[in-house]
Design a protein. Structure first.
Length: 33
């Protein structure tokens, strides 16, 4: 868990946002399927 947080800190904010967006989309897709 902490490793992921550290990796996220190394990323630019826009990259983090993109990642969160993709994660949310995957979650929504799972709910619909």
């Amino acid at each position: 868990m902490t490793r992921m947080l550290n990796k996220r800190k190394a990323m630019s904010p826009s990259q983090v946002e993109e990642q969160q967006e993709n994660y949310a989309k995957r979650k929504i897709n799972k709910l619909h399927s």
